[in-house]
Design a protein around this ligand. Structure first.
Ligand SMILES: [Cu+2]
Length: 471
């Protein structure tokens, strides 16, 4: 064979082989597209990954000391964070309940607040009678959940880390060796850690023409009235158990903010104050308004006008959050101590993403905070801020002797809901009063009452009697 024929043969062979290879690959891809069959999934997969060490390639020692003994002696401020994994039954809208998994008998779990550079000493205890083991993954730690693994019933385990970066960070149960993590988190085992910047928060600048047409630039001190809002979903079957197939199909049964659907909407006290009658609703959605609901009775979020308000917001869930406040503009959006936007109408949070929103409510009014996805709004992703005295209640409250002088927000009368109020930090304005509200077990609510928080279900009848008494 001469050289020319050899060349032709080679080109032809490559062409035929190529057509065979690529052709067959293409055809195979088309044919083998398959739907996910849950019943055939290998549930030992996480164990196998763990045995291979694949997910442990990032070792915590690579970036920060994590030895509790060494850190305790480091001279840094050590903050202890004690969590208990507990499966309990908690209410959902409509008088039903669901089988929740919790940290410390509440959803979300307690909020941790530290200053950048502090040492966090996290201890997870699983009671002996708990039905399953649990883990803990704190995103503020930059440690893989597998470095801590999971804790069995009847056992306690601990890890330490330095909170190196400022911002909001979720924490969540990591299941049993990572298996069932989705079930545990979406059943309630989540919370946040707020890491205040070492040098505190920045002043807030708000630029508006403020009606005059002239540019008006106002600076607000870094100190702010603060709230936490954590968005999530429930995926439940008819027995109130987590339904993985619904999660895989993104068909949630409820959208929750701090664990509850429509948890920040009016209750009977608000109806009484605004409409003069406990049974006359002044807002279309009031699913939690009865006194018998105690800690589950809905509450509103009260702010003053012209006050710097700071919101710590986390998307704990499986769906996007389009965070918006109807009638307001988000004056500043910060993530990881870096400003992302100013004067924005809506900000998008993907799963396990967070932000700090700074804003000022200029005018008295009722402002709805929403996940601006209509399906989320209708399934529970809505709550209300009330700024100032939009219902002009001050004269009546003073006249009846409930308050001695006009107040700048109704929080001075009714308090703000405990589950939306974070622990005090570097630049916190104290809430005038705090009432007991949240997806808590009765034991947790009783402890809060003993610690001095306001049980509104006991206060409302007294206020009602004063308001309705003949003068
Ligand atoms: Cu768990």
């Amino acid at each position: 064979m001469n050289k020319r024929f050899t060349m032709l043969f080679t080109i032809a062979a490559v062409a035929v082989m190529g057509a065979t290879l690529f052709g067959s690959t293409y055809t195979q891809t088309q044919i083998s597209g398959q739907s996910l069959d849950m019943s055939s999934m290998d549930m030992d997969m996480m164990d196998k990954i763990r045995q291979m060490g694949g997910l442990q390639l990032v070792m915590p020692q690579a970036f920060a000391e994590t030895d509790c003994g060494v850190l305790a002696d480091s001279g840094r401020n050590v903050v202890e964070f004690n969590l208990t994994g507990e499966s309990v039954s908690l209410p959902i809208m409509g008088g039903e309940s669901y089988n929740a998994m919790t940290f410390n008998g509440q959803v979300p779990g307690p909020t941790l607040r530290v200053t950048q550079g502090d040492v966090v000493k996290m201890t997870l205890t699983i009671p002996a009678d708990e039905i399953t083991g649990h883990g803990n993954d704190m995103h503020a730690s930059q440690m893989t959940a597998l470095a801590f693994d999971s804790v069995n019933p009847g056992e306690t385990s601990q890890y330490c880390y330095i909170a190196e970066s400022a911002g909001v960070f979720k924490y969540h149960c990591s299941g049993v060796h990572l298996a069932g993590m989705d079930a545990h988190v979406l059943s309630g085992m989540y919370g946040i850690a707020i890491v205040d910047p070492a040098n505190g928060y920045k002043k807030l600048m708000v630029e508006k023409t403020s009606g005059s047409g002239e540019m008006n630039r106002v600076f607000y001190d870094a100190d702010a009235l603060e709230f936490t809002l954590q968005f999530n979903q429930l995926y439940l079957d008819e027995n109130g158990n987590y339904d993985m197939s619904k999660m895989m199909a993104h068909q949630n049964t409820a959208t929750v903010i701090n664990g509850m659907q429509f948890g920040y909407t009016p209750n009977m006290a608000h109806n009484l104050l605004v409409k003069g009658d406990v049974d006359t609703n002044f807002f279309l959605v009031q699913p939690w308004k009865g006194l018998e609901l105690k800690q589950y009775q809905s509450q509103l979020l009260y702010v003053e006008n012209d006050q710097h308000v700071r919101l710590f917001i986390e998307n704990q869930g499986n769906e996007p959050v389009f965070f918006h406040i109807v009638g307001e503009i988000l004056d500043r959006v910060t993530q990881g101590n870096r400003v992302q936007s100013a004067a924005t109408e809506t900000w998008l949070l993907g799963g396990s993403q967070n932000m700090i929103v700074d804003l000022v409510f200029d005018e008295p009014g009722v402002y709805a905070l929403v996940n601006h996805d209509y399906a989320a709004i209708y399934s529970g992703g809505l709550g209300l801020f009330v700024a100032g005295d939009p219902f002009n209640l001050n004269p009546t409250l003073v006249e009846k002797g409930i308050i001695s002088e006009p107040v700048a927000s109704y929080a001075y009368v009714l308090g703000n809901p405990s589950d939306a109020v974070p622990p005090m930090g570097l630049n916190s304005i104290a809430h005038p009063a705090i009432n007991i509200h949240g997806l808590y077990t009765d034991d947790v609510a009783s402890e809060m009452q003993a610690s001095g928080l306001i049980p509104l279900w006991e206060v409302i009848p007294v206020v009602a009697e004063i308001l309705t008494a003949e003068s």
